[in-house]
Design a protein around this ligand. Structure first.
Ligand SMILES: [Cu+2]
Length: 70
């Protein structure tokens, strides 16, 4: 299991939190995905035999949010 925290500057409210968590949680290999609105980040725990970082970044991008750093 791998833990990462991704910075997403455009996170501002519950809608952002729900969009990003909702896009990540259903994906195979995602154990947990938790957005911090205050920190403008998402903490993701994932199984790297099932999903990789670029797929995670892509899913976030698909919701209209850009990851600032990986
Ligand atoms: Cu928002």
């Amino acid at each position: 299991m791998t833990d990462i925290t991704l910075s997403i500057p455009d996170i501002s409210c519950d809608h952002c939190k729900n969009s990003i968590e909702g896009a990540l949680k259903p994906l195979d290999g995602i154990e947990t995905a938790t957005v911090s609105i205050g920190d403008r980040s998402v903490a993701v725990k994932f199984d790297d035999s099932q999903i990789n970082l670029s797929a995670i970044v892509e899913a976030i991008d698909g919701q209209g949010y850009e990851v600032a750093q990986a």
